[in-house]
Design a protein around this ligand. Sequence first.
Ligand code: URA
Length: 238
Amino acid sequence: MSLATQRLDSFLAKHCGISKRDVRLMLAQKRVLVDEQLAANIEQQINKFSLIVLDEEVIQNNPAYYIMLHKPVGVVCATKDDKHSTVIDLLPYDFKEQLHIVGRLDLNTSGLVLLTNDSRWSEAITQPSQKIEKTYQVTLQNPIDESYVDAFAQGMYFGYENITTLPAKLKILDTHKAEVKLLEGKYHQIKRMFGRFRNPVTALHRSQIGDLALGDDLPAGQVRELTNAEVCLFTDKR
Ligand code: URA
């Protein structure tokens, strides 16, 4: 799902019902602003989030939304579900139906979930080639030891999907707790990796995506909009 772009002259010609030659004139007369800048180039690429103003009248204004949620355990990362409440149900915004989830968590995992209506931004986070690190705090039923560190770093083969996991970082925090950093998000990946050691995960929490941390100020079930600087943590890396 990538964000479609089109030329400014195509957009204006269609919107105003005029020829591209008339659009050229319109730009020469300095009547068009794109994202608050005077537009001069008919070939300029715009997308659905470009703010377009013609003769001081706004003719396109679709804001992009970037939301952080502290997902509680027991809420499902889906837009609809018959049994459980969904992350969308937790959002207090009237635009919530426009949003999609950027990298899901399991029902019994808590922590950082991002939502947006900007598919280009979500791709910058979820595309495997972007190699954005996700950080998890894991609590285990049985004690862990140094042998886990090597096994996670080497990667594990999952026959069902015929894949080997990318090198993952595991740091032992105490006898039953670890921090794990993954570059990908395969199905139930962390639970299955600890499953290799027959060591069930009793709690799993995502604290960070790339350099964006959930922090301690957002209680479970609460949401907030990201700051510009937080949004740019991902877009500036492309
Ligand atoms: N690994 C899992 O097993 N579950 C999650 O929700 C995320 C990573």
